[in-house]
Design a protein around this ligand. Structure first.
Ligand SMILES: [Zn+2]
Length: 68
């Protein structure tokens, strides 16, 4: 009688993490970032600014470059 389907809390697994990357000091051509939330690690190219999320996307940069 107490078995109600709890669909919202069946599998508590970090699948859709909004990855909050903490970029460590650059080591060579890439920097290693570690997610503050789930602990995942990922390498980031140093040629790309860390602030790709939000501000300077490649598209905006291209648009800025074309405007001259
Ligand atoms: Zn994460």
């Amino acid at each position: 009688m107490d078995k109600r389907p709890d669909a919202s809390n069946t599998h508590v697994k970090v699948v859709e993490c909004a990855h909050f990357w903490r970029i460590e000091s650059p080591a060579g051509p890439t920097s290693r970032g570690k997610c503050k939330h789930c602990g995942s690690t990922q390498e980031f190219m140093n040629s790309i600014p860390v602030t790709v999320w939000g501000r300077s996307t490649p598209e905006t940069r291209k648009a800025a470059a074309a405007k001259r």
